[in-house]
Design a protein around this ligand. Structure first.
Ligand SMILES: *Cc1c(COP(=O)(O)O)cnc(C)c1O
Length: 366
């Protein structure tokens, strides 16, 4: 089965050997307070910074999932307000989890084909300011973006996030990059908190996530000083200074991440490939008689998750036929469950596999 699902997704074929190797080297029972473990974490962090071009001053910590990151951020980085700018199901869930803990968190919705611009965001915030009776956003407010909205195949261009940062230099910006990190290049300095789980663009099995924090985010974590949870960011960051974790982590996941990073290309090369493949996927479906890209606005189309729209009966049939032909497609999600399906454009998928799936779509009659 060739996996085009958008998560969990195709893992790099080398994972098979890395798994065997981890068993042979005794990684599976490696104590998480041992020197070997700390050396492995140190190397993993070094490789992530090198291959993904993360500024050396940023701190990288581990979590178990992006969902856990939502909660960690709400616990350790939000004091009372966060503003969630969103257009789909994952942004909504992040808002929800934060709202359970902070009743004053707010969300702003934009349309899936809308080019989000800084003026629009300024309008959102002006409403928020009026409602709170304050002239400007609280310095400690957290501004939240879902860079790649996996549910509908849209993305917020990094340029937009960078401009928001220019306009709101005091506030921290947090970015859910779960389905784009390690697939496209980021200007890391344009936000303070970035996170992703590894079962999407990293081409790894699920059960591990990364959070990447600026110096300003670290300072805020210390200022807030939240330490009531095992996964408090204060404790997590303290442990990470020794290349350790607060609890027994996914040691195998970290090992696999280290090995994949060791063998992977630089993000600049990966980004070029992802962008070129995305262009070719969109071009391909613009000519398809049954399915069209859900997103018409080219500027906000995701580079890593291609959402295709069609008639619900044909969506059902195509998924079934694809399965019989050996392809796993991604289901539609949430509001778009019935009338879309999704195709992952993740780096672990090979050129030949893309060709095979395109051939399948060219031959199919519905
Ligand atoms: C997949 C996904 C998540 C959830 O990831 P988990 O690892 O299952 O917690 C969150 N946000 C986005 C944008 C995603 O694509």
């Amino acid at each position: 089965m060739i996996n085009f699902n958008v998560g969990p997704s195709k893992v790099y074929p080398a994972i098979k050997d890395f798994l065997q190797e981890s068993y042979d080297k005794g990684i599976l029972g490696l104590p998480h307070r041992s020197q070997e473990f700390m050396d492995m974490v140190k190397k993993t962090i070094f490789l992530l910074k090198q291959k993904l071009q993360i500024p050396p001053q940023y701190t990288i910590v581990f979590a178990s999932s992006a969902t856990e990151c939502w909660e960690m951020i709400a616990q350790s980085l939000v004091t009372s307000k966060s503003y969630h700018i969103l257009n789909g199901a994952f942004g909504e869930k992040w808002y929800q989890y934060t709202h359970y803990l902070h009743r004053k968190s707010e969300k702003y919705l934009f349309e899936i084909n809308e080019s989000l611009d800084t003026e629009r965001i300024q309008t959102f915030f002006t409403f928020a300011e009026r409602r709170s009776g304050k002239a400007e956003l609280e310095d400690k407010a957290l501004i939240c973006f879902t860079q790649n909205e996996t549910s509908n195949g849209t993305q917020v261009p990094i340029e937009v996030i960078r401009k928001v940062q220019e306009n709101f230099p005091k506030q921290l910006i947090a970015v859910d990059a779960t389905s784009s990190m390690a697939g496209i290049e980021f200007a890391w300095r344009s936000a303070d908190i970035w996170y992703a789980s590894v079962q999407k663009c990293f081409g790894l099995p699920a059960g591990l996530a990364l959070m990447i924090l600026s110096e300003k985010a670290i300072a805020r974590i210390h200022e807030i000083g939240e330490h009531k949870h095992y996964n408090s960011l204060l404790k997590t960051c303290e442990q990470m200074q020794k290349f350790q974790t607060t609890h027994t982590p996914n040691v195998l996941g970290i090992y696999l991440l280290m090995r994949v990073m060791e063998t992977s290309e630089n993000i600049k090369e990966i980004d070029k490939k992802t962008q070129a493949r995305a262009v070719s996927w969109y071009r391909f479906f613009e000519k398809n008689p049954y399915f069209r890209p859900l997103i018409h606005n080219e500027k906000v189309r995701s580079s890593t998750v291609i959402a295709l729209q069609g008639k619900p009966e044909q969506i059902g049939t195509i998924k079934e036929k694809a399965k019989q032909a050996g392809f796993r497609l991604g289901n539609g999600y949430d509001k778009w469950k019935e009338n879309t399906f999704r195709i992952a454009n993740f780096p672990a998928i090979s050129e030949t596999e893309i060709q095979q799936l395109q051939d399948f779509f060219l031959k199919i009659e519905l």
